[in-house]
Write a protein that binds this ligand. Structure first.
Ligand code: ZN
Length: 139
């Protein structure tokens, strides 16, 4: 069995950003040489997510509005977590609902995604370098 690992780093210009990383993951799968297997993609920080959904600007804004309704960034005093001096209590909650990782099947050396599925990095406390692990395993 082959395995291949890369770490991606994101430093987003905004507190919250949603980045389509499908092509990057596909390129890593190509480099790995794996034709049949799995790729794991996970956020390595507890205030960011990796998730799969459609790449549609209205939908991304809908996600952002929905997450802000569920866990508004402000007032930061509403979160007990922020009594530590941090201001990212909301980002921990946003990460929880959007998930930590995705696993995608590799078939014939390609990501075997559904028709509209795209892989996203969801950032909820950006403007600093944060990592994503990509691990490919298979034959
Ligand atoms: Zn925190």
């Amino acid at each position: 069995m082959k395995s291949y690992t890369e770490y991606l780093t994101f430093n987003t210009p905004h507190r919250r950003d949603y980045i389509n990383i499908t092509d990057t993951v596909e390129e890593i799968v190509r480099k790995s040489g794996v034709k049949e297997g799995l790729v794991l993609v996970n956020a390595m920080h507890i205030t960011a997510s990796v998730y799969i959904n459609d790449d549609e600007s209205g939908l991304i804004q809908d996600y952002d509005d929905w997450l802000e309704q569920l866990a508004p960034h402000e007032p930061i005093s509403r979160y007990r977590h922020n009594r530590t001096g941090e201001d990212n209590g909301d980002a921990h909650l946003k990460r929880q609902i959007m998930g930590r990782e995705v696993v995608v099947a590799i078939t014939n050396g390609r990501l075997d995604l559904g028709p509209w599925e795209q892989i996203f990095y969801g950032e909820f406390d950006g403007r600093r370098p944060k990592r994503v692990l990509v691990k490919v395993i298979g034959e």
